[in-house]
Structures are given as C-alpha cells and as structure tokens.
Design a protein around this ligand. Structure first.
Ligand code: 13P
Length: 303
C-alpha cells in the first residue's frame, strides 16, 4: 500500500470511537520501528516529523523511506509534517510527497490563524492531503516551539466551530490542558471542554502532548472525539535510554547494528502499547479499502 492521506482514516476513527497514534520520528530507524509495530498489530499509523527533522534528514529521503515502509508492511500509513509555522517548508514537504501537514498559527490572534490556515487550505484542497491546525496554545516544548505554562491557553469551543467553518480544515488540535513533554504531575485535562468542542464539530480532533498521559485519561479523550494522539517525547526518550543502557553495559561496543537493534525494539514495543491503548489494533485491515491512495502529479501543486 502507498502512503495515504490521514483524513479518511481519522474520520473513520472518530466515527467508530477509536484513535490513531501519530509518532514523531527523528531517524529512519525510528520510522521503521513504528512501521513494524503498526504492522505487527494491524494498526493504521501516522508517521510525523518536526521541521527540525525535515531539515536534518531532508523531505525527499523521509518520503522515500516512509513510502518504502508503507509498501513493505502493507498498512494504511500517512506521513505528516508536525507544527510548522513556515509556508515554504509546508510547500516543500507537500511537493516531496507528505500526505498531511500542520500549519501551526496558534501563536497569532484568531483572525490571523484563520488567514494563514486558509493559505495552506488553498493548496491542499487541490490535492489529496490532510491539513491540521491548532486553536488555543498547547504548552511545553516541541522542537523550536516553546510555550510556557503561563502562556498556554485552552481553545474556545465556539471558536473551534467558527474556525472549521471558515477554513474547512479537516482536523483540528484544540488545546485542552495537555502539554508537550513529560508532566511533573498528572495533566489537568479539561474533559468538559473536549466534549463541548466535539458536540459542535464532526471533524476528528487531535490530542497533542500524548506522552505520559495516564491510560484512563487517554481512553476518555479518545471516546470524547480525539481521533489522533501525538506521541513524541516518550518514544524519543525510550529509544535514547536503550542506547545509553547498551553503552553502560558494553562501553566498548562499536557495532551500530547491535545498539540500534535494542533501541529499535524498545521503541517498537512502546509504539505497540500506545496503539493498543487507543484501540487502533486490528483496524488496518478494516479501513484498507476506505483509505484511498495518495498519488498526484507534483506539477499540479502551484507554489
Ligand atoms: P509529546 O512530546 O508530549 O509526546 O507531544 C507530542 C506532540 O504533541 C507533537 O506534536
């Protein structure tokens, strides 16, 4: 199967009350750990990269690797650009073959967020890709986007409805109390707000800051309408800790295949756990016929 837009798989997930996990990967090896995990439990999956990773690995190489993985494992897989504030990078990724992009204009006032999101929608509506936008401000650190606790701000439900109406954006990430990174205590998730938003809009909602949220809270978010859960920090930390552990046991180790194999396995098991938690296991075969292939002519994208 080729890379697909995440829109139909997320719509299906929201309709059916389960979630799809989007994992931030920082290397090709991590990309394969996630793909393998999804294949082993028959789950649809979203691979996502930050702008930093796009700059580090290059969008063409990321697309080629994700495409190869989606074909090898034959599961519905989307490739998403996470938290991007720069239209040039968004266009670069779309041209390379990303099947989903996030325009993060949440740091601007509502009207400016609408305007910038519409710029991306103007490109995306001609091709078969997903677009995600954010309302309110999710706290914490994600790549070079830093939002202090003081500046974090929850999304206003009526604005979510108006925003979707005025942009047509197919997926929305409303800030509801989670944050990027590991929490010092339990997150203070505003479930009433999620419910209120979900009652006003039919579109799949996105839960940012998916690392280290208590399992019951994750399940409740999904049941209320959060169809996509982003996980970055936990995966990155588990992968890195496995490498650190390998070297503390075998400081003279010089074979990347050995220390990477261990890290890859740890990341794979964590990814499986997260996908099982949101109810995605077994859903890949179910939605295969519904998620449509995303092939389009690169020259049809006008910049
Ligand atoms: P975490 O780093 O908390 O998992 O957040 C991931 C995220 O929301 C990426 O957009």
């Amino acid at each position: 199967m080729t890379l697909v837009s995440s829109t139909p798989m997320l719509q299906e997930a929201r309709k059916s009350g389960y979630g799809i996990v989007a994992f931030n990967v920082h290397s090709f090896d991590m990309l394969y750990s996630v793909a393998e995990a999804a294949a082993e439990i028959d789950a649809p999956v979203i691979i996502q990269t930050t702008v930093g990773t796009v700059q580090n690995l290059g969008p063409d190489s990321i697309v080629k690797t994700a495409l190869a993985a989606s074909e090898k494992y034959d599961i519905p897989m989307a490739l998403h650009l996470d938290h991007c504030t720069d239209l040039e990078v968004i266009i670069q990724c779309i041209r390379a073959g990303y099947t989903s992009v996030m325009i993060d204009a949440s740091m601007y006032p509502f009207e400016e967020n609408v305007r910038l999101t519409n710029q991306v929608m103007d490109i995306a509506k001609h091709i078969d890709i997903n677009v995600e936008a954010e309302l309110g401000k999710v706290g914490g650190v994600e790549d070079n986007i830093v939002v202090s606790e003081k500046n974090a701000e929850k999304a206003v439900p009526t604005e979510c409805k108006e925003f979707i109406h005025r942009t047509g954006v197919p997926t929305l990430a409303p800030a509801i109390g989670t944050a990027h990174g590991i929490y010092s205590g339990d997150p203070d998730i505003d479930f009433d707000r999620i419910e209120e938003i979900a009652n006003l809009v039919d579109e799949p909602l996105v839960l940012h800051g998916g690392s280290a949220i208590p399992e019951d809270d994750v399940k409740q978010c999904i049941l209320l309408g959060m169809a996509k859960m982003n996980v970055s920090t936990e995966l990155k930390n588990a992968y890195s800790e496995a490498i650190k552990e390998h070297f503390s046991e075998m400081p003279d180790s010089l074979d990347p295949r050995k220390y990477l194999a261990k890290a890859k396995n740890v990341a794979k098991e964590l990814a499986k756990k997260k996908m099982i938690l949101v109810g995605a296991a077994g859903k890949a075969s179910e939605i295969k016929g519904k998620a449509f292939p995303n092939r389009y002519k690169l020259d049809s994208v006008r910049v």
